[in-house]
Design a protein around this ligand. Structure first.
Ligand SMILES: [Zn+2]
Length: 327
């Protein structure tokens, strides 16, 4: 029996218009593989930073240090994953038709019935809306910005490899410095799915595992690896990204500092699993966490599903058709 089927009682058998209070929290370690740039403004602007306690939320009493952390905004993360999923839906013609063509992201013409519209939400110009069932929060770098940020000068050279235009000797204006996040920087993130079906969970997990490029200039930089460090089923929302990041750093400081920089699987992401365990005491609700072995099995299940085209298409069709039977 697959891991998802084993835990299906914590999911919905089919999509419901009514909130049912079934949550799946995916604890993600997002690891930067090449340099990356996360900012809200354009080129030359600094990276997004927040000043927060290093280790604990109630750090003041503990004499805890305040550090600047780099932030990846919540919208930027899911936008990437939505596009990954929509590529797949487009390939198998599972994006719904609209008056003007096909379901299009961030326009007034969502189809209101494809898997993407139904999970990540839409607001149609005509009045229809579906709230997103993927709840996200800004993600914080585990370590201080002082450690993880580098600076690079950029300049665009002319044909003669100089900063002067060979035609008119004018100096290039395309020069400046850009901050970037160094490779191996770790971000901690929780994506909470609300009232999803087993197939919707498979779809979101597929999008997370298949998305690789985040941030600005993503055709050249911004390679990220997403590692599933924890999966928790519950009847309410859990702790915040910041709390998990702070506890994760503290847990890593106490033990196993080395494993943190080599966090390649759920097993080696133990500091975060432990941090989640510690925060569990503050959750007033039902709470079931997958073991590291189960997370490994779950990941294999998703990888297998996505490498078997027939099984994948039949899963996507099944889920898409199930919305129709609701209406
Ligand atoms: Zn759609």
């Amino acid at each position: 029996m697959s891991v998802i089927d084993r835990y299906s009682t914590y999911l919905l058998p089919r999509y419901s218009n009514y909130p049912c209070g079934r949550y799946v929290s995916l604890l993600l370690v997002r690891k930067v593989e090449s340099e990356a740039i996360f900012r809200t403004e354009g080129s030359g602007e600094p990276l997004n930073r927040e000043f927060v306690f290093a280790g604990r939320r109630d750090g003041e009493r503990q004499g805890e240090q305040i550090i600047p952390r780099i932030v990846i905004s919540k919208r930027k993360q899911t936008a990437v994953e939505r596009r990954t999923g929509r590529e797949l839906l487009r390939r198998y013609e599972l994006l719904g038709a609209t008056k003007t063509g096909h379901c299009t992201l961030n326009t007034n013409t969502p189809c209101e019935r494809c898997i993407d519209c139904m999970i990540y939400g839409y607001a149609a110009g005509g009045g229809g809306a579906q709230k997103s069932r993927v709840i996200t929060d800004d993600a914080f770098s585990l370590h201080s910005a002082d450690l993880v940020v580098g600076e690079r000068q950029f300049n665009a050279l002319f044909d003669n490899s100089t900063m002067r235009n060979p035609e008119n000797r004018a100096a290039s204006t395309s020069i400046g410095t850009d901050e970037y996040v160094r490779p191996e920087t770790t971000f901690i993130d929780i994506e909470t799915l609300k009232d999803v079906t087993p197939d919707e969970l498979r779809y979101v997990l597929g999008n997370i595992l298949r998305s690789a490029r985040y941030g600005a200039i993503s055709s050249r930089i911004g390679k990220l690896d997403n590692i599933i460090a924890g999966v928790i089923f519950s009847d309410c929302e859990l702790f915040s990204n910041l709390e998990l990041t702070q506890n994760g750093l503290r847990s890593a400081r106490q033990r196993q500092r080395a494993t943190l920089s080599r966090c390649m699987s759920a097993r080696s992401c133990r500091p975060f699993a432990r941090a989640a365990d510690e925060l569990r005491g503050e959750v007033a609700g039902q709470y079931v966490a997958l073991s590291a072995d189960e997370i490994g099995d779950l990941r294999r299940e998703i990888v297998e599903l996505y490498s078997n085209e027939e099984a994948l298409v039949s899963m996507l069709r099944r889920q898409t058709e199930s919305y129709g039977s609701q209406a």
